[in-house]
Write a protein that binds this ligand. Structure first.
Ligand SMILES: Nc1ncnc2c1ncn2[C@@H]1O[C@H](COP(=O)(O)OP(=O)(O)O)[C@@H](O)[C@H]1O
Ligand SMILES: [Mg+2]
Length: 526
C-alpha cells in the first residue's frame, strides 16, 4: 500500500510524545483513531500510566464510544507486543480502564468536585441536574419571577411586553443570561434618549409618504411609500386622540424595519417625470439607514436594561437549584474552574497527578473548559490566571475540526478555538493536519473541495484544508447525485433561500429512502 500523504503527521501523533499537539482535520480523517493511538503509545512506552491520563470529549455518546475504542485498541496492542514490560503496562491499563478519567469534560469536573467538595464550596452530596431537570427548575424560576414582574413591570419588561410573544422573548432572554452567568459584570448602557429619537424618526419616515402619489402604483418604490403614508396617517389619528405611546411605537418600528417592501428597488430609470430613480433610492436608503441605526441602538438599550431586570430570575434559579442539591452543567464547569483557580493546593495536586490531557472535538470547547484545561496543564504551579498559563511540553493533545464550529454551539465558537490554538502554538505546541479522509470516495471529496475551498477563507471562520482520498472511486453506481429543489419559489414567485430550505429536507430524505430501499445500489454508512 502506498503511504498516506499525511503519513508524517500520523507518525508525529504516535511518536512525538514530548510535544503538545494541536491536530486539525475534517470528519472521517481518523482524528479519534489517532488520539487513541497516541494514548496507547504513551502507555505502552511507559511515559504515563492510565491513572495519570485524562481524555475528554463533549457528548456522552462520543465519550462512551471513546472508552470502547480505547478498550479495543488496548487489547489489540497487548496481544501484539512482544516485550514483557510493554504487555504489563497495557495489561495494567486494561484493568484500570473502568475508573480511568475517560469521559465528558463534565464528568471530569463532577469527579473533581466530588473529591474536593469542601474546597470547592459545594454540597458534598450534590447531584448533577440533567438538562431536562435544569430546564424544569428554570421554568419554575421564570414563573415566579414573571408573576412578580407583572405586578409592577420595570422599564425593560414594560417595553418588551409590547412585542409579539413577550413571554417567550423574556423566557429566552432569561435563559441566555443564565447560560452566561459566569460573565457577571453589568452591561454598559449608553445614554439614549429614546422618545426623542422615535419622534425624529417618525418625521424622517413621513418625508417618504408624499412620494407615493408621484410614482406608478405598481412601482415597488411607490408601494413602499404608500405603506409608509398609510402608517403615518394612522399614527397621526392616534396622536390626535391620546398622548403618543412610545413603548408601542418602538415595537411597531421594529416591524416597520422588517417590511418586505424595503427590499425592492424597481428597474426603470425614472421614478416619475423628471425624477431619476437613483435620487429617490438615495432618499429611501438614508431613511432606512436612520431606521436601522435607531433599531440597533434601541435593542442595545433594551438589552442592557433587561440584563439588570433579569438578574433576580437568575438568582431564583440558583436558589431552586441549591435547595434541591443540584448543580447544572454550567455549575460543574464554573465551580471546577473556581476551585482550580482559587485553591493553589488543589490545583498543584491535580497538576502533578495528571500528566497527559487529551481533548477530542476541541472545536466544541467553551471559555470555561479552556480555563480548566490551561490551569491543569500549566507548567508554573504559581500561575492562577489561565490567560497567563504556559502549557507544559507534551502535556496537552487536542484534536478538532474548526469547520464544524462555524455556528455557535452552546457557548462554544470558533473564535475561542482559534485563540486557544494560537496560544498553544506560541507556547511551543505543534500544529498537525490530517488530510486523508477514510469515509468518502474521491468524487465526493473533489466536489466538497471545490465547493468549500473558495468560501472558507479563514477570515473570521475556519480556513479550509482540502481532503485527500483514500478509498477508490466506485464505477458501477453514482457517487454524487445533484437533486433539483422541488419548490424554490415563495408565494410571490421569487426564488428564495427560505423556500429552498423549506422544500429541500423532504426531497433529500425521500431520495435517501429510495437509495436505501428501492435502488439497486450498494448502500453502506461509515
Ligand atoms: N489509518 C487508517 N486507515 C484506515 N482507516 C482508518 C484509519 N484511521 C481511521 N480509519 C477509519 O476511518 C473512520 C473515521 O475515523 P475516526 O477516527 O472516527 O475519524 P474522525 O474522528 O476524524 O471523525 C473510522 O471508520 C476508522 O476506522
Ligand atoms: Mg472523532
Amino acid at each position: 500500500m502506498t503511504p498516506l500523504v499525511d503519513a508524517e503527521a500520523r507518525r508525529a501523533i504516535r511518536e512525538d510524545l514530548v510535544s503538545s499537539l494541536v491536530v486539525e482535520a475534517a470528519a472521517g480523517t481518523g482524528k479519534t483513531t489517532e488520539m487513541i493511538a497516541r494514548i496507547i503509545a504513551v502507555i505502552r512506552t511507559g511515559a504515563a500510566t492510565l491513572d495519570r491520563i485524562v481524555a475528554v470529549t463533549f457528548t456522552e455518546k462520543a465519550a462512551g464510544e471513546m472508552k470502547l475504542r480505547l478498550r479495543t485498541e488496548l487489547e489489540r496492542a497487548r496481544n501484539a507486543v512482544t516485550s514483557g514490560d510493554e504487555r504489563d503496562r497495557l495489561e495494567a491499563a486494561l484493568e484500570k480502564l473502568e475508573v480511568a478519567r475517560v469521559g465528558t469534560i463534565h464528568s471530569f469536573c463532577t469527579d473533581l468536585l466530588k473529591e474536593r467538595p469542601i474546597e470547592a464550596r459545594v454540597d458534598p452530596l450534590f447531584e448533577v441536574a440533567a438538562e431536562d431537570e435544569a430546564d424544569h427548575l428554570y421554568q419554575q424560576a421564570f414563573d415566579t419571577w414573571f408573576q412578580a414582574a407583572l405586578g409592577d413591570p420595570p422599564e425593560g419588561v414594560r417595553r418588551l411586553l409590547r412585542r409579539d410573544d413577550p413571554t417567550d422573548l423574556l423566557r429566552d432572554a432569561g435563559h441566555a443570561l443564565k447560560e452566561r452567568r459566569d460573565f457577571d459584570g453589568a452591561w454598559r448602557r449608553d445614554p439614549f434618549v429614546r422618545d426623542a429619537a422615535i419622534d425624529e424618526l417618525v418625521i424622517e419616515l413621513a418625508t417618504l409618504g408624499p412620494l407615493a402619489a408621484l410614482g406608478h402604483p405598481a412601482d415597488p418604490l411607490a408601494k413602499l411609500f404608500r405603506r409608509i403614508e398609510v402608517w403615518i396617517a394612522e399614527l397621526g389619528r392616534r396622536d390626535g386622540v391620546r398622548r403618543r405611546d412610545h413603548d408601542g411605537l418602538e415595537a411597531e418600528l421594529a416591524k416597520v424595519g422588517k417590511w418586505y417592501e424595503w427590499r425592492y428597488s424597481g428597474r426603470k430609470q425614472l421614478y416619475a417625470e423628471g425624477m431619476p430613480r437613483a435620487a429617490v433610492l438615495e432618499q429611501r436608503d438614508a431613511v432606512k439607514a436612520a431606521l436601522d441605526a435607531f433599531l440597533i441602538a434601541a435593542e442595545a438599550d433594551l438589552a442592557a436594561c433587561l440584563h439588570g431586570e433579569l438578574r433576580p430570575l437568575v438568582a431564583e434559579y440558583e436558589r431552586l437549584k441549591a435547595r434541591a442539591g443540584r448543580l447544572d452543567f454550567l455549575d460543574l464547569l464554573a465551580r471546577a474552574r473556581d476551585l482550580l483557580r482559587d485553591d493553589r493546593r488543589v490545583r498543584n495536586e491535580m497538576q502533578l497527578r495528571f500528566t497527559h490531557f487529551y481533548v477530542d472535538e476541541f472545536q466544541d470547547t467553551d471559555p470555561l473548559q479552556v480555563e480548566i484545561l490551561l490551569l491543569l496543564c500549566a507548567d508554573d504551579p504559581a500561575v492562577s490566571d489561565a490567560s497567563r498559563a504556559t502549557v507544559a511540553p507534551g502535556k496537552l493533545f487536542v484534536v478538532g475540526d474548526p469547520k464544524q464550529a462555524i455556528y455557535r454551539f452552546r457557548r462554544a465558537d470558533v473564535a475561542v478555538y482559534e485563540a486557544v490554538k494560537r496560544r498553544l502554538l506560541a507556547d511551543g505546541a505543534r500544529l498537525v493536519h490530517l488530510a486523508t479522509s477514510f469515509r468518502s470516495v474521491p468524487s465526493i471529496q473533489a466536489a466538497i473541495n471545490a465547493a468549500f475551498a473558495p468560501v472558507m477563507s479563514g477570515d473570521g471562520q475556519a480556513s479550509y484544508v482540502a481532503l485527500e482520498h483514500h478509498r477508490a472511486d466506485i464505477t458501477d453506481q453514482p457517487t454524487l447525485v445533484a437533486l433539483p429543489v422541488p419548490e424554490p419559489y415563495n408565494w410571490r414567485g421569487d426564488v428564495t433561500n427560505w423556500a429552498i430550505q423549506q422544500s429541500y429536507p423532504d426531497a433529500v430524505a425521500a431520495f435517501v429512502a429510495h437509495a436505501i430501499s428501492a435502488s439497486t445500489w450498494t448502500v453502506s454508512s461509515g
